[in-house]
Design a protein around this ligand. Structure first.
Ligand code: HEM
Length: 283
C-alpha cells in the first residue's frame, strides 16, 4: 500500500473513531438508555471525551517521535478539533440543563470557579480549532505557533476543572493529570532523551510520582486527609489500581511498544544486511 493510501485509511479510521462516542451517546439518549438523569450522564460523557481527545492530540507528537512513525502527525489537528467539538457539546448540554436560560448560565460561569476555568479552557480550545487550518497558519505566520502554545494552559485548566467537579472521587481526574504531566515533561526533556528508552523510563517515574503528589495534595488540602495515608494507599494491594499505578502502566506500555518496534526494525535491518551479503557476490 502506498504512503498516500495508508494516510487516507488512517485519517478515515480516526474520523470514525472520533465520531463513535458522540454517535453512541446520541443513540443511547434517543433509545432512553441513559438512566433517570440523561442530561447529567451526557454532560459527564462529553466532558470525559473532550479530555481524552485533548490528551490524545497532545500525545501525537511524542508518539510520532518515539515510534518514528510520521503519519501520526496528520492526525493531531483533527483530534484537537474533536476535543473542541466535544467540549462545545458539553457546554451546550449544560445550557440545556439550565433550560436554555443564558442569563443563569452566564451567572453560574462567573460565580463558580470550576465553571469559569472550564469556560476559559473552552474559549482557548475553540480559538485553536478555528485557527488550525493551513490558511490561518499562513496568515498568522510566526504568531500561529505562539497562539497554539495556548493548548498547554488550556489542558491544565481543563484538568483542574475535572478535579474540582469530581469532589471526593478524584481517581479519573488524577489519572488524567498524570498523563498530562507525562506529555508536558516529554516536551521539556533534552532532545536526545525524548526518543531514548532512558528518557521514557525517567518520564514513567516522574509522571507516576507526580500523580501520587497530585492525589496526596488534593486530599490533604480539600479533605484534610493525611498525605501519608494516600502514600500508603498507593502500595496497598487491596486498593489497586490507584491513579498513579495506571499512569505507570500506561508509561510502561509506551516503553514496551517503542522497544518492540525498535527491536523489529533492528532485526529487519540485520536480516536485510545478511540477505544482501549472501545473495550479492562481493567480487
Ligand atoms: C463553559 C464551559 C464548561 C461548563 C459550563 C462545564 C460544565 C460542567 C459541569 C456542569 C460538569 C458536571 C459537574 C457535576 O456533575 O457536578 C462538568 C464536568 C466535567 N467537565 Fe466541564 N464544563 C465546561 C468546560 C469543560 C471543558 C473545556 C472540558 C474539557 C476539555 C470539560 C471537561 C469536564 C470533565 C472531564 C468533567 C467530568 C466528567 C466526569 O466526571 O465524568 N469541561 N462540566
Amino acid at each position: 500500500m502506498s504512503t498516500q493510501s495508508k494516510i487516507f485509511w488512517l485519517r478515515l479510521a480516526t474520523l470514525i473513531g472520533l465520531c463513535l462516542p458522540a454517535a453512541e451517546l446520541a443513540w443511547r439518549w434517543y433509545a432512553d438508555e441513559l438512566g433517570p438523569r440523561p442530561v447529567t450522564v451526557a454532560t459527564h460523557a462529553t466532558g470525559d471525551w473532550a479530555v481524552i481527545f485533548l490528551l490524545l492530540s497532545l500525545a501525537m507528537t511524542p508518539l510520532r517521535a518515539t515510534l518514528d512513525w510520521t503519519p501520526l502527525v496528520h492526525l493531531r489537528r483533527r483530534i484537537g478539533v474533536a476535543a473542541a467539538l466535544y467540549a462545545g457539546a458539553h457546554l451546550l448540554i449544560y445550557v440545556l440543563d439550565q433550560k436554555w436560560n443564558l442569563l443563569v448560565v452566564a451567572t453560574e460561569i462567573v460565580k463558580r470557579f470550576y465553571l469559569t476555568i472550564g469556560f476559559v479552557a473552552l474559549l482557548a480550545l475553540v480559538a485553536l480549532a478555528v485557527t488550525s487550518t493551513d490558511g490561518w497558519q499562513r496568515r498568522l505566520k510566526r504568531s500561529w505557533k505562539r497562539l497554539h502554545w495556548l493548548i498547554y494552559p488550556a489542558a491544565m485548566l481543563a484538568i483542574v476543572h475535572f478535579f474540582i467537579q469530581s469532589k471526593v472521587k478524584i481517581g479519573e481526574a488524577a489519572f488524567a493529570a498524570g498523563l498530562l504531566t507525562w506529555l508536558l515533561l516529554w516536551r521539556v526533556l533534552p532532545l536526545r532523551l525524548r526518543t531514548s528508552l532512558l528518557g521514557l523510563v525517567l518520564l514513567a517515574i516522574g509522571a507516576t510520582l507526580a500523580t501520587v503528589a497530585f492525589e496526596a495534595t488534593w486530599y490533604g488540602l480539600v479533605n484534610n486527609i493525611d498525605p501519608a495515608r494516600i502514600l500508603a494507599a498507593n502500595i496497598d494491594p487491596d486498593l489497586v489500581p490507584r491513579p498513579a499505578q495506571k499512569v505507570l502502566m500506561a508509561s510502561v506500555a509506551v516503553i514496551a511498544v517503542v522497544a518492540v518496534r525498535r527491536g523489529v526494525a533492528a532485526a529487519n535491518r540485520l536480516w536485510t544486511k545478511r540477505y544482501i551479503q549472501r545473495t550479492i557476490p562481493t567480487s
